[in-house]
Design a protein around this ligand. Structure first.
Ligand SMILES: [Zn+2]
Length: 191
């Protein structure tokens, strides 16, 4: 494989729709998958001019396991550290539902304005199998909802598929613009 980012699968690959399996013991094969996830995400980021590699779920490198990695500092591209969440689940939804932009490494060139809860509680396990809990709000809460959706075979486009006005693309200047009728006709997501 030429680049680590080539491991990333995109729609319409059917395995993205699968429910990922729960992780049992964290052995060498699991840590190898996590290392591959991080390498793929950082390599993808290095190939993009305007975007940061915020998070990744294992199914996005075609490993059907409930593992998510999320960047520790969204605003600092120099900080390339991630937190690992094994078997993450949302235990509580709080706050309001708000719409904001989301992209996905598995949905090429399409962005969406997606409704999500503004605050959630998550429980997960760390590499030692120890359970920990996180309360997240704002963009981190959105990221958790997007990534945990992946472990259940759901993509952001599924939340907005009946609303073509919620779909956007990145132009050459790095700004988001709404898809026009031609874009929508040509894109497999709408077929
Ligand atoms: Zn995604």
């Amino acid at each position: 494989m030429a680049n680590p980012r080539d491991q990333i699968i995109t729609l319409p690959t059917p395995s993205l729709r699968r429910h990922s399996k729960k992780v049992g013991l964290v052995d060498k094969s699991i840590t190898r998958i996590i290392n591959n996830m991080q390498a793929a995400l950082l390599d993808w980021e290095a190939s993009r001019e305007h975007e940061v590699g915020v998070a990744l779920a294992a199914i996005q490198i075609n490993q059907s396991l409930r593992i998510v990695i999320i960047r520790n500092d969204f605003n600092n591209k120099e900080d390339r550290t991630y937190t690992i969440f094994i078997n993450p689940t949302i235990t509580k939804y709080e706050g309001n539902i708000e719409e904001d932009f989301e992209g996905c490494l598995s949905v090429k060139d399409i962005y969406g304005k997606v409704p999500r809860y503004t605050k959630i509680k998550v429980k997960a396990q760390n590499l030692n199998g120890k359970e920990f809990r996180v309360t997240a709000d704002g963009f981190l809460a959105r990221t958790f909802q997007h990534e945990i959706d992946h472990t259940n075979g759901v993509l952001f486009v599924d939340h907005i598929k009946d609303n073509s006005e919620a779909f956007f693309k990145l132009n050459d200047e790095g700004n988001l613009e709404q898809l026009d009728d031609k874009d929508i006709q040509n894109h497999h997501i709408f077929r």
